[in-house]
Design a protein around this ligand. Structure first.
Ligand code: SF4
Length: 265
């Protein structure tokens, strides 16, 4: 072989081939591939097994709204008088300035132990003339409300906070309502109603003894006067002025009706 570039190239190639053959014959370390991991075995979940339902929270019983509990005055100022006897005191009463402008006192009327005793504000012009409570337009509406409750006016008892008419149908002042309240409490003691419905803000303020009491805050739930359940709602005169009060008033009366029906008082 000569020393030409071609000869040199051929010689190099042959040498490389020989080297390769020797290497394979000498056992070059073989590249060992890692075994393929086994195919994961897929196991179908048992059809019948279900995830147990999360323990359901038992519905918590509604928290009862606490009743406002009011007390009748501890002392009955006229323990020896019956209802008619207290009415006699009222007929002669001059405890406040309304005595000088009244035509008649309006004590109240109705049955003893009635299902409901309604308590309004005071006599208007027609009541002052007749000497009877709730005989004007507001009284006619009250009669309708009583009938809608499935009751009769005669079976209920109707009274007011003040027994004499405030001129111009003004709201009774504290110095008028205050001296009159012993008569109302005496009536409640003797009438012994199953329920009291306070009609309007004047009755609510007088019974709760709070000048800031309002129908809006007190209506819609039960209160308690001594052992007598009490509901506050709008005065029929307010319903005549604004029929929008009819629905909430009916809701309040339904509260009374439901309790009367179940005897749950
Ligand atoms: S309103 Fe009442 S306290 Fe005043 S005079 Fe008449 S009955 Fe008496």
């Amino acid at each position: 072989m000569d020393d030409s570039p071609l000869s040199m190239h051929i010689a190099n190639t042959v040498a490389a081939l020989r080297h390769l053959l020797r290497s394979q014959a000498g056992g070059l370390p073989r590249v060992v591939r890692p075994p393929r991991p086994p195919e994961p075995v897929r196991v179908a979940p048992p059809a019948a097994v279900r995830t147990p339902p999360a323990p359901s929270k038992a519905a918590a019983p509604p928290t009862p709204v606490p009743r406002d509990t009011l007390s009748l005055p501890e002392v009955d100022p006229w323990p020896d008088l019956d209802l008619a006897g207290v009415g006699g005191l009222v007929a002669a009463c001059t405890r406040c300035d309304l005595a000088s402008t009244r035509t008649h006192t309006v004590f109240g009327e109705g049955a003893l132990n009635p299902p409901v005793m309604f308590i309004g504000e005071g006599p208007g012009a027609e009541e002052d003339k007749a000497g009877r409570p709730f005989v004007g337009p507001a009284g006619q509406l009250l009669d309708s409300m009583i009938r809608a409750m499935g009751l009769t006016r005669e079976a209920c008892y109707i009274a007011n906070v003040v027994k004499c008419r405030p001129p111009n149908n003004a709201v009774p002042r504290p110095d008028q309502a205050g001296p009159c309240m012993p008569y109302l409490f005496a009536q409640i003691r003797r009438v012994q109603p199953r329920f009291i419905v306070a009609l309007g803000a004047t009755a609510a303020k007088a019974l709760f003894g709070k000048p800031e009491a309002s129908v809006g805050r007190l209506r819609g739930r039960l209160h308690q006067l001594g052992d007598i359940p009490l509901v506050v709602t709008y005065h029929p005169a307010a319903l005549l002025r604004d029929p929008g009060f009819k629905r909430p008033t009916w809701e309040d009366l339904k509260l009374v009706m439901a309790r009367l029906k179940t005897g749950d008082e």
